[in-house]
Design a protein around this ligand. Structure first.
Ligand SMILES: NC(=O)C1=CN([C@@H]2O[C@H](COP(=O)(O)OP(=O)(O)OC[C@H]3O[C@@H](n4cnc5c(N)ncnc54)[C@H](OP(=O)(O)O)[C@@H]3O)[C@@H](O)[C@H]2O)[C@@H](O)CC1
Ligand SMILES: Nc1ncnc2c1ncn2[C@@H]1O[C@H](COP(=O)(O)OP(=O)(O)O)[C@@H](O)[C@H]1O
Ligand SMILES: [K+]
Length: 534
């Protein structure tokens, strides 16, 4: 049975893998060479699944026949488009099809599907696509996973012409097959001619599994559905892919989330507070304590048994006036930290938010890492090593988690920075984790978490999990605290703590909704835990 699955309803939950274009081809080839299915059958399923998914997404379109314009490219993506055109026609729709490229050069499967369409209707010249009355649906079947360079200007022009055809009442709804044309399915970049406006879609229907590019950067599609076309989940050939060969999307849904988090959250029957662990958060000087206080509050709310805020003596009075459940200790620089860490029960440290830039912070970081504690390094703890990242890497170990945003990441890994790198954000984080020997959580709506051993996952605040209001001052400090709180129990590997915290961070933001400020995030956690059933 081939049915459309909403990303959020997937049963595979935590194990949902995001594929590269090469991995998708490998999955297809594995099935075909095993004689399980032909390319033509896959194309038919892809086209049929796209129509079913679109009609369930837009119930008004399912109510009766409508009018569609289908733009078909030169490859197999175009082949899927011809299937969609034929099936809509069979359903009584009026369908106009426009083709791009030399039909003779297309694959045998695409040519076959085109011929089947041509038995019923013409393939018109793409340059004519702007003419005619306004359709109810525009189908983008120009380019899919085979894109190798910027899409041609004539494709861009035709698409925009249909999107705004005879239009004074807004844009024509667009369904993209497999991906919005121009999307690089491996890294999320849009490949359009210089100065051209990129294409977009209201719904993308992709096949077998979502691709990495669907979840990186700002997706050009408002919604994404995955359609099963009967391929095996993980053919053996996929394991030989270059690192990271396996990219997990963190999208367990609420039911799976409960099982997942039960093993991760430190609160468990029979545990006392020291079993849950003691997180130390270091804060900055007078007037600079807000970030650390929020991190500390988040560590306590997520389940650390005890949280202590260590601040310079001059900042004690100010902090004392603001803290209750969180303990407060004066701490004189790196020496003070070393003394404090003689207490073996301090099991995790959060360093960076509001700590200040410079040698003192560098010494504090070295002391914390040297004491072999599970550590979260954020903000100033990272930026202080801008001039000599290797000095940081030399002291890092696999019990540390670094939580840079793109700017901080660029300071430590200039060659892997956004804009300079020719690799995706996924590969950049994986390479950085390997170099640093620590877990890297690279922030953004598309947060990538990479462990030094090579595990990589993506926590996407995109599509139905979009929470743009999470990009607010201090949200990152709260995340660092959440990770530090989870690390305290010592029950889980650092990258698993980072994954869980990142997922909960976005869920807390979604649960609170627009208007959120960073202080709200820790306070939303109890409600979220209740809803998940923890
Ligand atoms: N894998 C599967 O299991 C299944 C895959 N299926 C479908 O197949 C799609 C992949 O098909 P595909 O490989 O033929 O690639 P596609 O995206 O149609 O484009 C390649 C064509 O465009 C050309 N071309 C490329 N860039 C260009 C440019 N900038 N400007 C101009 N031309 C350019 C390129 O030619 P060349 O680069 O050789 O010049 C080639 O002719 C996939 O997205 C899905 O929809 C389904 O049927 C179900 C099962
Ligand atoms: N558009 C967005 N959608 C969802 N989350 C976002 C978005 N923009 C930023 N974030 C998240 O907000 C947090 C911001 O952290 P950071 O940049 O360190 O800010 P700050 O230093 O103010 O705390 C990160 O967790 C990041 O992933
Ligand atoms: K497409």
């Amino acid at each position: 049975m081939h049915h459309a699955t909403e990303i959020s309803e997937t049963e595979s939950g935590l194990a949902m893998e995001l594929l590269t274009a090469a991995q998708m081809r490998a999955a297809e080839e594995a099935a075909m060479s095993a004689g399980k299915v032909s390319g033509l059958q896959l194309m038919e399923r892809a086209g049929r699944g796209s129509v079913d998914a679109a009609l369930s997404h837009w119930p008004d379109l399912a109510e009766g026949p409508h009018h569609a314009v289908v733009l078909c490219g030169p490859g197999n993506n175009g082949g899927d488009g011809y299937v969609v055109a034929r099936r809509l026609l069979d359903a009584g729709w009026r369908v106009e099809v426009f083709g791009l490229g030399d039909a003779a050069k297309a694959s045998p499967d695409a040519r076959r599907m085109r011929a089947l369409w041509e038995a019923a209707g013409p393939v018109q010249d793409l340059r004519e696509a702007g003419q005619g009355d306004r359709p109810d649906l525009l189908v983008d079947a120009l380019f899919g996973t085979g894109l190798s360079r910027s899409i041609p200007q004539e494709a861009v022009t035709a698409w925009h012409a249909v999107r705004t055809r005879a239009g004074v009442t807004g844009q024509v709804r667009c369904l993209a097959l497999d991906c919005v044309s121009g999307l690089d399915c491996d890294n999320g970049q849009m490949l359009v001619p210089e100065g051209a406006d990129a294409l977009s879609a209201d719904l993308t229907v992709t096949y077998h599994a979502a691709k990495r590019g669907h979840f990186l950067k700002t997706p050009p599609s408002a919604a994404l559905k995955v359609v099963d076309i009967g391929l095996e989940a993980h053919p053996a050939s996929l394991t030989a892919m270059p690192r990271p060969g396996y990219l997990r999307l963190l999208d367990p849904g609420r039911v799976e989330a409960r099982r997942w988090l039960e093993d991760i959250l430190p609160v468990a029957p029979g545990h006392h507070k020291y079993d849950r662990g003691h997180t130390l958060v270091l804060g900055g000087g007078p007037g600079k304590g807000g970030a650390a206080r929020m991190a500390a509050r988040a560590a306590l709310r997520i389940g650390a048994g005890l949280v202590t805020l260590g601040v310079p003596p001059a900042a004690v009075q100010e902090n004392a006036a603001r803290l209750d459940a969180i303990m407060l200790k004066p701490l004189r620089g790196a020496e003070g930290l070393a003394e404090m860490l003689e207490d073996g029960r301090l099991s995790a440290i959060v360093l960076g938010p509001g700590l200040g830039l410079g040698e003192e912070t560098r010494q504090i970081v070295r002391t914390a890492l040297g004491a072999n504690r599970r550590s979260v390094l954020d903000a100033d703890a990272l930026s202080s090593f801008q001039d000599d990242p290797d000095a940081l890497f030399a002291t890092l170990h696999d019990q540390a988690v670094l939580t840079p945003h793109e700017g901080e990441f660029a300071r430590l890994f200039p060659d892997l920075a956004h804009g300079k790198r020719d690799v995706s954000k996924v590969e950049a984080a994986a390479l950085a984790a390997e170099r640093a020997g620590a877990t890297i959580l690279l922030k953004g709506p598309d947060t990538v978490i990479a462990s030094p051993a090579g595990a990589v996952s993506l926590n996407a605040a995109l599509y139905e999990r979009a929470a743009p209001w999470l990009g607010t001052a201090g949200a990152g400090d709260v995340l660092a605290g959440m990770i530090g709180g989870l690390l305290a129990s010592g029950r889980i590997a650092p990258h698993l703590a980072a994954e869980a915290a990142a997922w909960l961070h976005v869920e807390a933001a979604r649960s609170f909704g627009p208007g959120l400020i960073a202080e709200d995030l820790p306070e939303e956690l109890p409600k979220l835990f209740r809803e998940i059933g923890l």
